[in-house]
Design a protein around this ligand. Structure first.
Ligand code: HEM
Ligand code: SF4
Length: 542
């Protein structure tokens, strides 16, 4: 039995709560290593270097929170977390610099605000993600929030499912463009509807299983089921039981649900799900999957509620200061309905703003450096935690993404969306596998010295023609990455066909052609770059 399994079997992760409160009195050095591991079940993870500070992740189901909750988070950031937090790719808030002594007061504040860290990390159901414009999007199929909350409530502190083989991520959404990324979750539920004979709409969900990124990414596969909304929790319960009972606990590297689904095949997995239901689901219905749907939610957008707008602001790399959190909480109260939403692109929205309030609100947001108009690079850029705080990191990430975005804003007049996803190691917390441009941290040997570098990969996307990125360059020093991307994107602008988007452009060119467009000056193991292949005739020099 491996260490994590032993630790979980000896005491459940959820049982460490009282110990956390005790360690807060006895101090960091008294923490038993097994309990330190179990701390994850309450969102506490030791940060780098391991000298007494923690990161703390607070779950925000579906990304929706109230102004009062945001104020609590802002106060925690200010008082205990050196004045900032990170909005994460699962719509959570993550603090750094937390000490064990401060945890009881932080938990107390969170609980009073109706927030929890239970199940934020560890081998348990993580935050359930959803569409950040649920209930307000004019084109949505149904409002997914009640289902996000139903699934959240069912699994929260549920001892039947608190010792899973590995982390377990769910996405539940009612929107048509699947911005909640069902394809890369262990379970992804997406709303569908069909016309009944009497002309009325009947709503339901399609459910995918076995997606996930990390170093061996898999897209989730669809069960052949039309799931009535009131049965969604039951189906997810059955899926989660199968994972709990059959997941490969003996090997952490193959313990995610994706490996079980891949080995069994989707038909066998579905049979097992059906065997655990006391009703018989109908087959899935004909459904057009979204194609190249891009939605970053930034900007001013009309809601389905007449005369109402949501205002989305770009929070580059997700890092947000306590003052910005407190200001956005107050502004959402003054100009909206005291509600905010987080997005998986690490951005923030204020919904329910009446037409007459939009201009004042966007001005006030700009005053605290939360812009609603942002370049294509800034709107969608995502970066993981990186070596500032992450013990597994190879490279620094949050400063580098700012440097890259600012450089591209100055040098590339791009007129369409582009998603840059950057990670500090192959674990892929920043989702580089699905970026238009995916950057993965590594070390590069330059003249006998190791420097930080990146593998550059292109063409990732979700939706009907979903695919993971194609690696184009390996081991490029970090300082060169922004120049390589500048050349690539200026070539794209010069060489693209009129109807072509960046995905088509990447698909149309070979690895060698794309590599040569970047004109990388040095990459470890490549003797004589550039170019690797004759560049296209009209190649833009850069
Ligand atoms: C074996 C170790 C790890 C693996 C395989 C892993 C993998 C991943 C993956 C694939 C995501 C993708 C986002 C998504 O699911 O939508 C993610 C999210 C995330 N990871 Fe990791 N990760 C690991 C450890 C860590 C560590 C040590 C840290 C930081 C100290 C970290 C920080 C994050 C953050 C901030 C997110 C954002 C989403 C959230 O709120 O859950 N991860 N992780
Ligand atoms: S991708 Fe790697 S470096 Fe980045 S947060 Fe995840 S584990 Fe850490």
């Amino acid at each position: 039995m491996n260490e994590p399994e032993r630790i979980k079997k000896e005491k459940d992760g959820l049982d460490v709560y009282e110990d956390i409160l005790r360690y807060a009195r006895t101090g960091y050095h008294s923490i038993h290593p097994d309990d330190m591991y179990r701390f994850r079940w309450y969102g506490l993870y030791e940060q780098k270097p391991k000298n007494g500070h923690f990161m703390l992740r607070v779950k925000i189901p579906g990304g929706e929170l109230t102004s009062a909750q945001m104020r609590t988070l802002g106060e925690i950031a200010d008082r205990y977390a050196r004045g900032f937090a990170d909005i994460t790719t699962r719509q959570n808030f993550q603090f750094h610099w937390i000490t064990i002594e401060d945890v009881p007061d932080i938990f107390d504040r969170l609980h009073r605000a109706g927030l929890t860290t239970s199940g934020a990390c560890g081998d348990i159901t993580r935050n359930v993600v959803g569409c950040p414009v649920a209930g307000i999007d004019p084109a949505e199929i149904l409002d997914g929030r009640p289902y996000v909350l139903a699934v959240t409530r069912y699994f929260l502190n549920n001892r039947e499912f608190s010792d899973l083989p590995r982390k377990y991520k769910m996405s539940v959404a009612g929107c048509a463009v699947h911005c909640a990324q069902p394809e890369i979750n262990d379970v992804g539920a997406t709303a569908v509807r069909r016309k009944r004979l009497n002309g009325e709409w009947e709503y339901g969900f399609h459910v995918r299983v076995g997606g996930g990124l990390s170093s061996r990414p898999h897209f989730a596969q669809k069960l052949n089921m039309f799931v009535p909304p009131e049965k969604l929790v039951d189906v997810i319960r059955a899926i989660t039981e199968i994972f709990r009972d059959f997941g490969y606990r003996e090997n952490r590297k193959r313990a995610r649900l994706k490996f079980l689904v891949a080995d069994w095949g989707i038909e066998r997995f579905e049979q097992e799900v059906r065997a655990r239901l006391d009703w018989t689901p109908e087959p899935a219905i004909e459904w057009e999957e979204p194609f190249r749907a891009y939605r970053d939610h930034v900007g001013v957008h009309p809601q389905k509620q007449e005369g109402m707008y949501w205002v989305g602001v770009a929070v580059l790399s997700g890092r947000i200061r306590a003052e910005q959190m407190l200001a956005s909480a107050a502004l959402a109260e003054e100009f909206g309905q005291g509600i905010l939403r987080t997005t998986n692109q690490q951005n923030l929205l204020i919904p329910y703003v009446s037409a007459g309030n939009v201009d004042t609100l966007v001005r006030e947001l700009e005053r605290v450096n939360l812009p609603h108009i942002a370049s294509p690079f800034r709107r969608a850029a995502v970066a993981c935690t990186g070596n500032e705080f992450c013990n597994l990191a190879i490279t620094e990430t949050k400063r580098l993404i700012v440097e890259i975005v600012e450089h591209l804003e100055r040098t590339v007049p791009l007129d369409e969306p582009i998603r840059i996803n950057l990670n500090g190691c192959p674990n892929d917390c920043g989702q580089h596998h699905i970026g238009d441009i995916g950057l993965q941290g590594c070390l590069v040997n330059v003249g006998g010295e190791k420097v930080e570098g990146y593998d550059i990969a292109l063409g990732g996307r979700l939706g009907r023609d979903a695919r993971f990125v194609r690696p184009i360059w390996r081991k490029v020093p970090a300082s060169q990455v922004k120049f390589a991307l500048e050349r690539l994107l200026n070539n794209y602008l010069a060489l693209r066909d009129p109807e072509e988007d960046f995905s088509d452009f990447v698909d149309r060119h070979t690895d060698e052609e794309l590599a040569s467009m970047m004109r990388v000056e040095f990459a470890e193991g490549v003797d004589d770059p550039p170019p690797l292949a004759p560049p296209p005739a009209e190649l833009v020099e850069g």
